[in-house]
Design a protein around this ligand. Structure first.
Ligand code: MN3
Length: 241
């Protein structure tokens, strides 16, 4: 091989590996299809975890993760299918007496399914920090990464009852926003695209952190996968018209 050709192919390999690294971070979205929440028939499906149950130790213990993924998220996914089936049955029977009940149930369970699916991919076992477009937009919307951390930590700690702290992209205003979500379906903004969600339901931390939600919220910053958040932002921006 000529030196020129060798350099050219080295450059291509080099470029390939640079392009390849962000793809590795988006693996959970693309390869594992964890954001595919329903099959071709519209049946809700729970994707496998993108890592082993002890992957997030010591910040999130394997036993809590097992119970959380299997019974809380898994249970919500199964329940969402039942809710949808009951709505379909009511429509088939032309008897809509029960649809109010099942629609509320479906909103609750499908929201749980969506947020948990995002939550698992939002976490990793190494400390990362926002960079690039994500950091630029954090700075624009909140002033700095530290100010965003302070805001999402404080608002997550003070979610009434069960719920989530959420960093989202709001396409209507082309900005990043922080939300407090009670349970799964309240206090949302229609049309927003969640980028980072923090599960502050007790089952997310009770075995290790007992009643200390604040300690859990502080600790979770050690395992947030900001590369995944950045990938989500990139994907969300592509959806913007
Ligand atoms: Mn949960």
């Amino acid at each position: 091989m000529e030196r020129k050709d060798f350099l050219k192919s080295s450059l291509i390999i080099g470029t390939g590996s640079i392009i390849g690294s962000p793809k590795a971070f988006s693996q959970n979205l693309v390869v594992n299809d964890i954001d595919k929440l329903a099959d071709a028939n519209g049946t809700f499906i729970q994707q496998p975890l993108p890592y082993s149950e002890n992957f997030l130790e010591p910040y999130m213990d394997a036993e809590t993760l097992h119970l959380h993924y299997t019974f809380h998220h898994g249970g919500a996914t199964k329940a969402a299918n039942k809710d949808a089936a009951m709505i379909k049955k009511a429509l088939d029977d032309n008897n809509l007496e029960t649809v109010d009940y099942w629609t509320k149930k479906l909103a609750f369970h499908s929201s749980s399914h969506i947020l948990h699916s995002i939550f698992w991919t939002n976490l990793t076992n190494k400390k990362t920090e926002p960079t690039g477009e994500l950091l630029k937009r954090i700075n624009k919307s909140f002033g700095s990464y530290d100010r965003l951390k302070a805001l999402i930590a404080e608002t997550s700690k003070n979610v009434d009852g069960n719920g989530w702290g959420i960093l989202a992209y709001q396409p209507y205003t082309d900005s990043l926003i922080v939300l407090q979500c009670e349970n799964h379906e309240k206090l949302t903004q229609w049309g927003c695209i969640p980028l980072l969600v923090i599960d502050v339901w007790e089952h997310s931390y009770y075995l290790k952190y007992k009643n200390k939600r604040a300690d859990f919220v502080d600790a979770i910053f050690n395992i947030i996968n900001w590369d995944n958040v950045a990938q989500r932002l990139n994907d969300a921006l592509k959806l913007t018209l």
